[in-house]
Design a protein around this ligand. Structure first.
Ligand SMILES: Nc1nc2c(ncn2[C@@H]2O[C@H](COP(=O)(O)OP(=O)(O)O)[C@@H](O)[C@H]2O)c(=O)[nH]1
Ligand SMILES: [Mg+2]
Length: 445
């Protein structure tokens, strides 16, 4: 499939900024340059020039860069126009280009073209989106690794091994007279075991990579007045939630994004859970319990003076909260030191939100738990994991059939394993799936 029309989009986010950027890709790129820039652009050189409207009136002074195909991101002729960052200017230029020789691009269309023109494979295309959406430096680094083909290379290595053994199995089926079954049985078994090992390793990496891609949502839960809002504010470094000694002050779940040690997380401060008949407070409690379902992690706050009561244990149990840390707040009143310890197998922090003691310790642990262990991961998606697992299942079946010397069935399973692995990097993949992958992109990428 080759794209034939020319696409254009504003690639920078909406709003005023120092610089804004439009991108064009497709066969009409040079015509567009002739009509609105009216100047020869040397490929890959930044040229200071102006963009003109139909009446030859200057719209803006810009920097324009022309990329001659195939040496461009999409593999087609491309143009970048760097304007002053005013949406009015950007939209005006967009409308002129669209009126003439291009149409506005859909989400991810530039990257889709890069894929269709074999500049990148499918996992690399997905890594472009991951790089843009990454919520931590570690996640951006992992996306870069995938973008540079690290993940694809590991898949290709396994794919090659599968191809090789497929060829050998097909040959023994077609030319049984050349084959010594006992010998080939052992060779196949060793090869299958080796491929299965590598695949398992890759699945572990992909699982870590998926975790890297997810943004953590931390919900702060506990009874009223224990200091949940104070802790949320201390983590955010700003006064976001109302702190008050009046019980039941927080009525809504308050969502905020915070950057903790280079990792973006969502923090939800909630209404205290208590026996109450106040309808507003009850509504707040309902929302608190719902927030638990949306979260990836719970901080359960208690007053250090009262510690974890039976009531708290009931709240944890009733709501099936199993993944949580306990925060014993207000140690300034009990005279304890800030620390973190394991108590009954649960990580427990002693801190004072009011005096900001122990907050950095909590932040360090939060950012660490958001990151999977191990450095050598690329980003990954559920789609990857499903296909890798499917390939693994087929390889297990290969081993079983090989043990029974049912070579035809081995060959069938190998073919299926091969298909799963190929789909990962983009061979034999149907259009619907492609559309789904690229529709997650932002416009202009
Ligand atoms: N002494 C002390 N008081 C605190 C601390 N954290 C919160 N408080 C007080 O406890 C009361 C309830 O705090 P708040 O954050 O609104 O609790 P929430 O109802 O759980 O959200 C307020 O009067 C706070 O000033 C702390 O670390 N030490
Ligand atoms: Mg509160």
């Amino acid at each position: 499939m080759t794209a034939v029309d020319t696409i254009v989009s504003i690639s920078t986010p909406f709003g005023k900024s120092a610089v804004g950027m439009l991108r064009v890709s497709g066969p009409n790129t040079t015509l567009i340059i002739n009509q609105i820039i009216k100047k020869n652009l040397t490929p890959r050189f930044a040229t200071h020039c102006s963009v003109k409207d139909d009446n030859n009136k200057k719209i803006d002074d810009v920097i324009a860069i022309f990329y001659k195909n195939p040496s461009s991101f999409t593999g087609e002729d491309m143009l970048e126009i760097h304007t002053h960052g005013n949406p009015v200017i950007l939209n005006y230029i967009l409308s002129i280009i669209c009126r003439k020789l291009a149409r506005q691009s859909g989400p991810g269309e530039f990257t889709e073209r890069a894929y269709l023109n074999n500049k990148i494979d499918l996992t690399q295309a997905e890594a472009v989106a991951d790089l843009i959406n990454a919520s931590s430096i570690k996640a951006t680094k992992a996306a870069m690794m995938s973008l540079h083909g690290n993940f694809s290379q590991q898949i290709k290595n396994i794919l090659n091994a599968v191809l090789e053994i497929r060829a050998a199995v097909e040959a023994s089926i077609n030319f049984p007279e050349d084959d010594i079954p006992e010998k080939s049985f052992l060779i196949y078994k060793t090869t299958f075991d080796k491929i299965i090992d590598e695949l398992r390793n890759l699945i572990q990496n992909a699982t870590n990579g998926i975790k890297l891609n997810e943004q953590d949502t931390i919900v702060i839960i506990g009874k009223p007045n224990v200091g949940k809002s104070s802790i949320a504010n201390a983590l955010l470094g700003e006064h976001r939630s109302i702190v008050s000694s009046i019980s039941g002050t927080t009525r809504d779940a308050i969502h905020s994004d915070v950057m903790i040690n280079q990792t973006v997380m969502k923090i939800i401060d909630t209404a205290g859970i208590a026996d109450t008949s106040d309808p507003l407070e009850l509504e707040g409690i309902k929302i608190s319990l719902k927030s638990i379902q949306e979260s990836t992690f719970v901080l359960y706050v208690v007053d250090d003076a009262t510690a974890l009561t039976q009531g708290d244990k009931d709240i944890l149990q009733k709501n099936n909260i199993s993944d949580y840390w306990i925060i014993r707040n207000k140690i300034d009143k009990t005279g304890k030191q800030e620390t973190v310890v394991q108590e009954d197998g649960i990580k427990t922090f002693y801190l004072s939100a009011q005096n900001k003691r122990g907050i950095d310790l909590l932040k360090n642990h939060l950012s660490k738990q958001a990151m999977p262990d191990g450095d050598n991961v690329g980003t990954a998606r559920a789609r990857h994991l499903n296909l890798l697992n499917s390939a693994l299942q087929h390889l297990y079946m290969c081993n079983d059939y090989n043990n029974n010397q049912q070579l035809e069935l081995v060959s069938e399973e190998l073919k299926l394993a091969h298909q799963s692995l190929t789909s990962l990097i983009g061979g034999n993949i149907d259009e619907d799936l492609l559309d789904k992958i690229f529709s997650d992109f932002c416009i202009g990428k």
